[in-house]
Design a protein around this ligand. Sequence first.
Ligand code: FAD
Length: 205
Amino acid sequence: MSHDRSLLANAFDLARMPGATDDHRQLRDALRRFVDRELAPHATDWDEAGEFPRSLYRQAAQIGLLGLGYPAEYGGTPCDTLSRIIATIELTRAGSGGLIASLMSHTIMLGPLLAAASQSLCARIVPRILAGEAIGALAVTEASGGSDVARLATRAQLVDPRSPQAGWRLNGSKMFITSGMRADHYLVAARTGEPGARGISLFLV
Ligand SMILES: Cc1cc2nc3c(=O)[nH]c(=O)nc-3n(C[C@H](O)[C@H](O)[C@H](O)COP(=O)(O)OP(=O)(O)OC[C@H]3O[C@@H](n4cnc5c(N)ncnc54)[C@H](O)[C@@H]3O)c2cc1C
């Protein structure tokens, strides 16, 4: 499939953005080099193959892409909104939404994880994801619908603490999960309580 991958990127002119600094220009240039060399030449082949090499996560981490906008204590690089916009726009130059969604699937998972999980859990998981050593995914959508999260049917039940399987057992199925076939860590939404939005919890699987 061919794409006009320059349309959005060319419409965005960093020189005309108020507040743009040399740091923003350096970020744009580094990302553009990465996209031009490592992503765009292979995007169509990877789209057709339905996968791309896992090593790409480490490469993306090495240029600071995976950690952009995340806390320094977990190996990230905090940044401003313009930097996020630059990253998003430069990534469109790859010409493949599937590639970018998969390479960046941690960005939909880490927000809720950082907001809800303990610092010790984050310290165990987040640095590996930002270093490209592990893949993170968010698993919310299921056959009952994706927009209406409050209707999700996957259930989590507490297992008898005396049992060798003590902990939580999740029953249900998810669909349309980006990186769902090969993530190392899934943040899974499951029902632990009453019907509706208030009865839902997140589990790191
Ligand atoms: C490329 C891709 C990647 C995805 N990655 C993930 C992922 O990583 N993790 C994950 O959990 N999910 C993922 N999803 C699923 C995505 O979040 C859902 O597809 C989305 O939430 C819509 O859910 P649905 O497909 O079940 O459609 P539905 O919720 O059934 O909606 C169907 C249609 O009805 C409309 N609609 C729904 N509710 C209303 C309403 N109240 N009022 C008016 N119109 C309404 C919708 O706009 C849509 O047009 C992904 C989907 C795609 C396409």
